[in-house]
Design a protein around this ligand. Structure first.
Ligand code: FVH
Length: 274
């Protein structure tokens, strides 16, 4: 295996797979692609990727095969009929799933004679391969080392341990943090819109500045026990959160968008009672 120019196969050409194949081509890797809906490979083939006709052919072409499809059942649906082509191959699975799904996938793929690395890519299609993008990987160290040159063009590989489920766990933890912020931002803009406010101006001036100001404190106080420092005054925060929830409802903002406020209220009430 020539590590600098590994031949990389990409299976799954949704928005992520296409961005990843593009980044690998940009980095000078020979790339073979396969997707259930074959036309999604067309633009990549024009750019120099090779199109495989079958999953087994795609597996045979790559020193490393990156799989990125909707979910783990889809990975199984693709790889099981091609199981005979797995022996001796190296599979890097960047599909989103649970830690247990990752562990079961490692067990099945290695039982077919292939090496397996599970991963979670911390990028979205336009940021794949840009500075700041990174990829959690978990599994055998030597597999991570061998597959590293195929992963690096997508984002910096970060090894999180031998347990194949850890990359999924860290991926999910970061997504949980992101969706918490996303829920709060959606609720915030809905409140501003409810009084006819200029949402774009609100976002670009005060909302961004407020989140930037608060993020270091939010990170500093977060802990798995859910305790809140006394100086944060959880009893006062609970009263404030009740006001936030009541105002959202009074303004006609969808109460489904306020789940993050209910979670924070529960945290503050518990902390105040402790
Ligand atoms: N896009 C994002 O922002 C996030 C960034 C972080 C990682 N996630 C995860 O990446 C996986 C793929 O996401 P995607 O954005 O590429 O998703 P789609 O554009 O919807 O493409 C889905 C691909 O999966 C194929 N597929 C779905 N079901 C099956 C199946 N039963 N058998 C075979 N292939 C299947 C689909 O094929 P086709 O519909 O084009 O034929 C696409 O290739 C995902 O785990 C994210 O959570 C994305």
């Amino acid at each position: 295996m020539n590590n600098d120019k590994l031949h990389v196969t990409v299976i799954g050409l949704g928005a992520m797979g296409r961005a990843m194949a593009e980044a690998l081509l940009n980095a000078g890797h020979p790339v073979t692609v396969w997707n259930r809906s074959a036309t999604k490979a067309d633009a990549l083939v024009e750019r120099g990727a090779r199109r495989a006709g079958e999953v087994a052919e795609a597996l045979g072409a790559g020193d490393v095969t990156i799989v990125c499809v909707l979910d783990y059942p889809a990975v199984r649906a693709l790889l099981e009929p091609a199981a005979g082509a797995l022996e001796g191959r190296t599979i890097v699975n960047l599909t989103n799933g649970s830690p247990d799904e990752a562990r079961a996938m490692e067990q099945w793929i290695t039982s077919q004679g292939a090496a397996y690395l599970d991963g979670g890519i911390m990028a979205i299609p336009p940021t794949v391969g840009t500075p700041g993008a990174f990829v959690f990987v978990s599994g055998e160290e030597d597999v991570a080392r061998r597959a590293g040159p195929a992963i690096a063009p997508l984002g910096e590989p970060i090894e999180v341990g031998r347990d194949a489920g850890l990359a999924s766990l860290y991926d999910i933890a970061l997504l949980s943090g992101m969706f918490g912020i996303s829920a709060g931002v959606h609720h915030a803009v809905a409140l501003v819109a409810s009084v006819g406010g200029d949402v774009e101006r609100f976002k670009s001036t005060v909302l961004r500045a407020w989140l930037d100001q608060m993020l270091p404190f939010t990170l500093a106080v977060a802990n798995p026990e859910g305790t809140v420092p006394d100086e944060f005054n959880p009893a006062m925060q609970a009263v404030g959160l009740e006001n936030l929830l009541a105002t959202g409802r009074a303004q006609g903002v969808d109460d489904e968008l306020a789940g993050h406020l209910r979670a924070s209220l529960a945290l503050m009430r518990r902390a105040a009672a402790a």
